[in-house]
Design a protein around this ligand. Sequence first.
Ligand code: ATP
Ligand code: MG
Length: 764
Amino acid sequence: MAARPMPYLDDLNPEQRAAVQALEGPVLMLAGAGTGKTKALTTRIVHLLNTGSARPGEILAVTFTNKAAREMKSRVGRMLGEAVEGMPWLGTFHSICVKILRRHQELVGLKSNFTILDTDDQIRLLKQLIQAANIDDKRWPARHLAGVIDNWKNRAWTPDKVPAAEAGAFDGKGVALYMQYQARLRDLNAVDFGDLLLHVVTIFQTHEDVLAQYQRRFRFILVDEYQDTNVAQYLWLRLLAGAHRNICCVGDDDQSIYGWRGAEVGNILRFEKDFPGAKVIRLEQNYRSTPHILAAAGGVIAANKGRLGKELWTEAEAGEKVRLIGHWDGEEEARWIGEEIEAMQRGTRGMRPFSLDDMAILVRASHQMRAFEDRFLTIGLPYRVIGGPRFYERMEIRDAMAYFRLVISPADDLAFERIVNTPKRGLGDKAQQKIQVTARQHGVPLVEGAAILLREKGLTGKGATELATLLDGLARWGRMTHDADLSHVDLAEIILDESGYTGMWQADKTPEAPGRLENLKELVKALEQFENLGGFLEHVSLIMDNESEEQGEKVSIMTLHAAKGLEFPVVFLPGWEDGLFPSQRSMDESGQKGVEEERRLAYVGITRAEEICTISFAGNRRVYGQWQSQMPSRFIDELPQAHVDVLTPPGLYGGAYGAAAASAGPAVQSGLEQAAAEANVYNSPGWRRLQARAGERPVSQPREQRSSVIDAQAISAHTVGDRVFHQKFGYGAIIAIEGDKLEIAFEKAGTKKVVARFVTGPDD
Ligand code: ATP
Ligand code: MG
């Protein structure tokens, strides 16, 4: 066969080329962020196909997300310059395992068309088993058991293989329940997510012929993000590669960030032992980031112990230092970042202009997204949330909103349906049907239908009692909305507490539960910016209206976890505060393990940036209406000073501190609170440190200062016809002025009368 041209090799450095061309035998590419591991892996696939060494169906390529799989597929196609007829085995562990399991399900006692349970189904099933075993499911909730079982499955432990040391799990009944659960799944002809991998591993371990068949089929195996494989995935790979040993794994021990989900960075270290003679390739040239960004990331990760240790270098020009800025509070942080993004889009202050697509905000916890989403909606800055629903689409937020809606408008049947049995009140499908029928018969909303049903004793037992409690609650909360002494923020908390909704998540022991509770707190915080519950609900429905997926440039918002493997010219890393990042949970853990994983996450975050990286923190965050003073993250201390530029927050110079206070809302403006908050910020060691670093140099704030105080004063200058901006409704033109009220024709929200205090402009 005539040699085909290999132009793609010219784009690689010698080490990458070696990794691409060493087709036979085990290869481990161990290298830092941005050194071209993924690029080399993708090129390897191209090379396998181009040289005729493998057909598409003979290559098994594992990526961490479906998005990464899609990208890799399209890159391979582009590099080959021809459409690849399918790469059937390029995907995530899960997607590949479903395919295999569907061909051999009978070997693990499943029938064809088995179903894959989602988390809700899984929990319901476990709950039945817990109750049948006479275990108090308040003390021992199903979600806790689900976490325990997932964990065991990640370690490839079938019930008979769970080690004795785990015998105490779930009040000593974990293993027995695990066994029952698996039996029940088999009866239902169903699997959960963890089973997908575990069943395939079991099949491979017990049926040599099947294993041999796949060993022959997958002549070449490639794995990206190898540092985040768990034990079950590792076993699966080792079994498949056992015969031909043509396996190429790429990873970075410094980017192992899924320890909490059972990933074992030790898999990397074990590679050479499992595959003796493995070719280990190290890449040291970084093609992604500027030297300042690399040095900052390197400085932080150096504080971790037991690293393999890698040096990175780059030919890129020095560029901007990593920018560090402290803010008054989280809202100010969001406001500042919004304005920075707009400025960078315009290309001010000597930087090249950036497209919104070039910019990303990477947060530690998903609840941080709310402040940005609200702010961006307000200023009309297009954004997308990657790897998860937007804040107001999250389950717990929708649940909570349904409670609020029902309190404001009792006839909201959709809201009633959503929460009538959430938390569980013993009102299953049958009871709910009865409520529906009664309501329809009487031509009344469901709430009233439910009341009639209770009066007519159409419902008895636990369900009836709980329903009565719910209806009482709804009526009481409804009356409370008229109570002038009770703020709507307090009322929201009362509703979530008394309904049992908050309690439901507090009792929940799954890894997601703390995040959901944080989101609920964040929701309450968002309420503070509105005059009442009704106004807030209106705001959210406006947000939902704007949802239609418009094309065009957008800023990306995502968690640090979701950002793995990605890169952006401009990256913002907000919320670098102890307790938030590193997370409180990691700090509470004994030993350094938790904080070290957080530090790797910080490394992942910084190394996503190509040109401009901005780290920020807030001196105060408000949680449930209470000021909480925040300490800058310990990771900030670890940033090497020579590579960091400390920016000065607006308001620090020029005595405009009150501006920041005003922007934080009316509550802060009371002198006492403001003084306390000021003391928090100024007395914190982090702030003093920052000040010292900034020195006497009055770092210029390279954007026009637009503080709320100034804006507020500008109101009196408003005249009919001005184009103005409202925090809730966006841009609009003033039609009429009546005292402190303005009538405005908003561009998106229609004509409304609003309080002048919330309006800024004219548009400048
Ligand atoms: P991460 O650890 O973050 O996943 P990575 O090691 O997988 O990073 P890639 O994403 O493959 O790195 O590459 C980072 C950037 O460098 C990409 O934009 C890629 O196109 C570019 N790149 C990689 N290798 C080279 C090379 N030899 N010459 C020029 N650019 C390269
Ligand atoms: Mg990569």
